[in-house]
Design a protein around this ligand. Structure first.
Ligand SMILES: [Zn+2]
Length: 403
């Protein structure tokens, strides 16, 4: 295969998480055991240093009819509001006729905040169901996969283009990036949000690796991509959203905008900590393997002592962890979740049934916490269980979680 960013063939396997099913689809009873498995492996490009998956699950399977609604999560709603305000304050506060294009606009949550600030909004969303929800809520939305063809058909230019949490999914990476350049006004700003690979490595958050995330950018690598398409990053900062996202501000390269001081500082950190070196990734892979051994030792011992263990939470990323560690019904009786939409479904790969927290008839001795990145909140919210002797085990437990 060729590098998704620079087309080089000098790719080397760095992190191999085995064969895994698509982790976002919790199974109905009749689907259990029928889910296809695909390789889940991160390659490192010796030419441009981009970390990327080698196997692509077709975008039509992953995003054709997904049911993830950004409007449902309250903290995300707040985040979207802050982003809209920030972009408006910084760049287009007093601009007449301002406009925004949101790529992967989901249920229109982000665009509603821009509309409230006087923007003419357009969303492009691949999921039919989700696009319909946005339309019904009064957010103009095109049901399609955004790319250069779509940008040409739109034949419009926008002050703001936003892409939150979609830019690393892209199978049609180059066509999408060209489409963004095409649809961005000369004085426009493209706002991108992406999982930051350096944070994933720092936090040992290998469960952020799954098939939907085809690319794992650092600043250096996303800048390589943008520059190839005539775009340039001029500012960036880290946000705690999704456990460590980078928010970047981009414009046309031809404008020659100088990089901000904080962007320079982040670039220097990557350099100093060798974030774009193969050795860093190989070391990370080693740490993941070590965690697997520690987890299995702990669980084997707990089972020997006759402990009843439930998984806490059924986050999508939890499936990467369960499948890579090989933690199934031998260890966990079930996964316990608050989200009632997952009631009675089974986790892909390990086939653990999802039960709803308030409907439990029996408590476990140990909660194996899949949403480990919320350790502080989880311990704080479960003081009573802890006093009653329920143990909470965190499968990934970095000394400090940086967000
Ligand atoms: Zn490359």
């Amino acid at each position: 295969m060729n590098c998704r960013v620079c087309n080089s063939t000098r790719l080397e396997p760095a992190i191999d998480l085995g064969h895994q099913p698509w982790c976002n689809h919790f199974l109905k009873k009749e689907e259990v055991g029928k889910e296809p498995f695909y390789p889940l492996r991160v390659l490192f490009c010796h030419q441009c240093a981009t970390a990327q998956l080698d196997h692509t699950v077709a975008k039509e399977i992953m995003f054709g009819d997904h049911t993830y609604l950004s409007g449902v999560t309250k903290s995300l709603g707040e985040h979207f509001k802050t982003i809209a305000r920030e972009v408006d304050d910084r760049f287009f506060k007093n601009t007449p006729g301002k406009s925004v294009l949101d790529i992967g606009s989901n249920d229109g949550t982000q665009l509603k905040h821009f509309q409230a600030l006087g923007y003419e909004a357009l969303g492009v969303e691949s999921s039919k169901t989700t696009a319909r929800i946005a339309l019904d809520a009064g957010v103009p939305t095109l049901n399609d996969f955004f790319n250069l063809d779509v940008a040409r058909r739109l034949d419009r230019k926008f002050h703001v283009i936003n892409a939150a949490g979609v830019f690393f999914h892209l199978e049609e990476l180059h066509s999408v990036t060209d489409g963004i350049r095409e649809a961005l006004r000369e004085d426009g700003v493209f706002v991108v949000q992406f999982l930051y690979m350096k944070r994933i490595v720092d936090n040992l958050a290998f469960d952020q690796i799954y098939h939907e995330h085809l690319l794992y950018y650092n600043l250096k690598t996303i800048e390589t991509l943008l520059n190839r398409h005539g775009l340039a990053l001029f500012d960036a900062y880290l946000s705690p959203i999704h456990g460590g996202s980078m928010i970047g501000f981009i414009t046309h390269q031809s404008k020659g905008v100088a990089p901000s001081a904080r962007l320079q500082k982040l670039r220097e950190q990557e350099e100093a900590e060798k974030s774009n070196d193969l050795a860093t990734y190989l070391d990370f892979a080693q740490r993941i393997l070590q965690m697997k051994q520690e987890n299995l030792t702990y669980l084997d011992d707990a089972k020997k002592r006759g402990k009843r263990i439930y998984g806490m939470g059924a986050p999508v990323k939890g499936n990467t962890l369960l499948n890579y560690f090989g933690i199934g019904r031998k260890y966990l009786d079930c996964l316990v979740e608050k989200n009632e939409l997952r009631r009675g479904l089974f986790s892909p790969g390990q086939h653990l049934e999802v039960l709803i927290e308030k409907e439990l008839t029996q408590l476990p001795d140990i909660y194996y916490v899949l949403a480990w990145n919320f350790k502080k909140e989880i311990l704080a919210n479960n003081q009573e269980l802890i006093r009653n002797g329920v143990e909470f085990y965190f499968p990934v437990d970095p000394t400090e979680i940086t967000q």
